[in-house]
Write a protein that binds this ligand. Structure first.
Ligand SMILES: C[S@@+](CC[C@H](N)C(=O)[O-])C[C@H]1O[C@@H](n2cnc3c(N)ncnc32)[C@H](O)[C@@H]1O
Length: 326
């Protein structure tokens, strides 16, 4: 269990700090976390840290042009997710992608959460901008939209790019999980391996699933009211721990319910979030003040999908230790 618990559920939300109407200034701030209201394409060109290429890590979960309702509170001041032709949507996508590439430091990393429809176009565009694909991860969830005329969709792509081909922040020890060898097979080899990773553990695979990895729906403890597209905390925790360090500057150009900000703030990163809808921005900022619901709760857990096939329980004292030969 992580000791970096930012706030206990039930804590009162932080009071939004009014920042006035300074051009391009943040609407809300709490410590090193700031939330801006506006179109991310413009903010990426005007916020000083973006203009100067000082952002260490970007996580972007853009609108998908899927007629999502970003106006559940009926404020009328929200992003219209249904008006763009495919060509317009691609133009919009390329504009914010380019802004993100420019905002990164020379060793920065960027993640894009995107469904099947547009993943290929985004990969091609980022490669054309000389970004390097590190992983094409898949977030797999068990409750997709039910369909009978084709296979049920149960995934979104998590595209991981770095600006430099070799130099990037990578903290595998922060995100290890129990290996299947330890969790279900009781295979001795996991205690003698020489890959530098703790015994019985492994770097997670590139398909992400497991307990707490489902879509945030229904009475899920993490759920924020009036948000249609909330990502689970574990997803952002893996991304932020593995690909940034405490004190780094993390940016989310499509803040939504605020998941990236909540996790970045709790893990002591500096944070900037952009959100078009004033109501979403306010709600996201309040959530940043409340902190994570599941901080560190699933770190190190096995994601094995088979029942235990061991003859005996694993020796817990050996798991997580550096193997003798490492
Ligand atoms: C898919 S949701 C993000 C969900 C978020 N990852 C979460 O966990 O809650 C996309 C968000 O981007 C916002 N948005 C859409 N277009 C925008 C734009 N051009 N600039 C800034 N925000 C935008 C929408 O209002 C919506 O809240």
């Amino acid at each position: 269990m992580s000791s970096e618990i930012a706030a206990k559920p039930g804590r009162k939300p932080a009071k939004p700090e009014a920042k006035g109407k300074a051009p391009h200034g943040p609407k809300y701030a709490l410590g090193e976390s700031r939330v801006f209201v506006g179109d991310s394409r413009e903010l990426l060109r005007s916020v000083p840290e973006c203009k100067s290429g000082s952002v260490d890590l970007i996580f972007a979960d853009p609108p998908f042009n899927w007629s999502r309702d970003y106006d559940r509170l009926k404020t009328g001041e929200t992003w219209d997710d249904r008006s763009m032709s495919d060509g317009e949507y691609l133009g919009f996508t390329r504009a914010w992608l380019d802004g993100c590439v420019d905002a990164l430091t020379p060793t920065g990393s960027m993640w894009v959460n995107i469904p099947d429809d547009w993943a290929a176009e985004i990969v091609v565009h980022l490669k054309s901008k000389r970004m390097h694909m590190v992983n094409w991860c898949v977030w797999h969830y068990r409750f997709g939209q039910n369909t009978t005329s084709r296979f049920i969709n149960s995934k979104v792509h998590a595209l991981y790019f770095s600006k430099h081909p070799a130099k990037r922040t990578w903290n595998p020890d922060e995100v290890l999980e129990m290996s299947d060898r330890a969790a279900i097979y009781g295979d001795e080899r996991t205690f003698n391996k020489k890959d530098g990773v703790a015994a019985g553990m492994r770097v997670p695979m590139d398909v992400w699933y497991g307990q707490y990895w489902g879509r945030i729906q229904g009475n899920n403890k993490e759920r924020r009211a009036n948000h249609d597209n909330q990502l689970p905390e574990v997803y952002l925790e893996r991304v932020i721990r593995a690909t940034s360090n405490p004190g780094d500057l993390v940016l989310d150009p499509f803040l939504g319910s605020g998941t990236t900000g909540v996790v970045a703030h709790a893990l002591k990163r500096r944070f900037i979030g952009f959100e078009f809808s004033p109501a979403n921005a306010k709600s996201a900022f309040e959530r940043i003040g409340l902190g994570m619901v599941r901080s560190g709760g699933v770190r190190g857990m096995s994601t094995a999908i088979f029942p235990n096939r061991r003859k005996s329980e694993p020796d817990k004292a050996r798991i997580g230790k550096k193997p003798a030969g490492a």
